[in-house]
Design a protein around this ligand. Structure first.
Ligand code: 2IT
Length: 445
């Protein structure tokens, strides 16, 4: 495979789609070896086919705000690859949303979903709608207007969206209500539903819990554990909340959370009622963490900065893409970080990842570390299909097994000659091989 040729042609076709090109380059660089070992992939054009989405759907979303003014947002669904199952992936509502970001997320989702071992293809969608400062009624009207277009494109055996940044249980409720009304059926067309109406237990916590289980496996490889460890995390929403809960259960101490306004340093640890408070913060649609410092004296608010300057044993970015750069990575390394695991999608820049690898610091990439979220979405689909629900313990046990399998796959494909585990390489190869083989089996479609 001529990696550079494929990248050059993609750059020409999609100029300026920085996040998408970054995600593709990272995968292609690490799978080059296995592609060269399997010449049938080249003949079948597997790489050229896997890097382009099957289709991209865009639509206009007009809705009426509380002042009676009509607002217009853009809506998207990127159906990337369905070799392993229905397109599956979240919806992101954030003003930064554009095609490059949704294509990077959809592309990552293919390999992540493959790693879960469950039958799910890859997709992603969303809108540039900004939930910040919106009333519940505005959010409901927006979700309904968004679904008025989206419902024709999705279905329980076709494409199953879920949440992502800006889309939690509340938004899924409004989206599902409108889908059900239009399609006249009660099916598992979205995951992350409420527990009383088809949702899976543990789904809200799953990304954070799964990420913590995976990080625990990484620590076990060093004959270590979370016990007594100081953990820096970013974000304060759906993902950070689950991480804070599980890390403290496993004996670690989370000392930071963050928002776009800055970060909180809480030396006493984000535990107990403070974790519940994170959910209250998220529910305000304000996207700020400063109030945490007023609520809990002893916690310090550091405006306009990221938490990676804090001395910690473990760093777990939980917010968004490229939130930890080369400079941040160097600070973490200088401060003695032992393990870094991305719970956000592509949370670290390529420069940061190179530094972790160079310094032989175990680094878990998002598509492996955060796969627990979509894995439990897959389990929600199974429960919906069976019209049955598993207990919290059953779902949690299945989640643990899946995270362990993903970790094993990373070891199998990512262990280097000196014993260092390159989790990026391991996850990409393991995720890619299944999809590529399925595409081979299914012909040129
Ligand atoms: O990035 C992700 O894996 C998600 N936002 C969850 C996707 C899902 O379908 O549960």
């Amino acid at each position: 495979m001529k990696l550079e040729n494929i990248m050059n042609s993609l750059e020409q076709k999609h100029p300026g789609e920085a996040e998408y090109l970054q995600a593709v380059r990272e995968v292609l660089e690490t799978i080059e070896e296995v592609v060269n070992e399997n010449p049938q992939f080249e003949t079948a054009g597997i790489i050229e086919r896997i890097v382009e989405p099957d289709r991209i759907l865009t639509f206009k979303v007009p809705w009426i705000d509380d002042q009676g003014k009509v607002q217009v947002n853009l809506g998207y669904r990127v159906q990337f690859n369905n070799a392993l199952g229905p397109y599956k992936g979240g919806l992101r509502f954030h003003p930064s949303v554009n095609l490059s970001i949704l294509k990077f997320l959809g592309f990552e989702q293919i390999f992540k979903n493959s790693l879960t071992t469950l039958p799910m293809g890859g997709g992603k969608g969303g809108s540039d709608f900004n939930p910040k400062g919106k009333s519940d009624n505005e959010i409901m009207r927006f979700c309904q207007a968004f679904m008025l277009e989206l419902w024709k494109l999705i279905g329980p055996e076709t494409d199953v969206p879920a949440g992502d940044i800006g889309v939690g249980g509340k938004e899924i409720g409004y989206l599902y209500g409108m889908y059900k009304k239009l399609a006249r059926e009660n099916t598992g067309v979205l995951t992350g539903k409420g527990i009383e109406w088809g949702g899976s237990l543990i789904r809200p916590e799953a990304t954070g819990f799964g990420g913590t289980y995976f990080t625990d496996e990484m620590l076990q490889m060093k004959e270590d554990s979370f016990e007594g460890k100081t953990v820096a995390i970013s974000g304060f929403g759906n993902v950070a909340w689950g991480v804070a809960l599980k890390v403290s259960e496993l004996g670690g101490k989370v000392v930071t959370i963050s928002g776009p306004d800055g970060y909180i340093y809480d030396e006493a640890g984000v535990t107990g009622e403070k974790i519940d408070y994170l959910l209250e913060l998220r529910a305000t649609n304000q996207d700020i963490v400063e109030p945490y410092a007023q609520e809990f004296p002893g916690a310090v608010f550091v405006p306009g900065k990221r938490p990676w300057e804090v001395k910690c044993d473990i760093a777990m970015p939980c917010a968004t893409q490229n939130e930890l750069n080369g400079e941040d990575a160097q600070k973490l390394i200088d401060n003695g970080v032992q393990v870094v695991s991305e719970v956000s999608n592509m949370g670290c820049t390529p420069e940061a990842v190179i530094l972790f690898h160079k310094n032989k610091i175990p680094f878990g990439p998002g598509k492996a570390v955060n796969a627990g979220g979509v894995a439990v979405s897959g389990l929600e689909m199974s429960q919906n299909a069976m019209k049955f629900s598993w207990s919290k313990e059953e779902v949690d046990e299945k989640l643990k097994v899946i995270m362990n399998l993903i970790h094993e796959a990373c070891i199998q494909h990512g262990t280097e000659e000196d014993g260092y585990i390159n989790y990026v390489k391991g996850a990409n190869i393991a995720g890619f091989l299944k999809v590529a083989n399925a595409m081979m089996d299914q012909g040129v479609i």
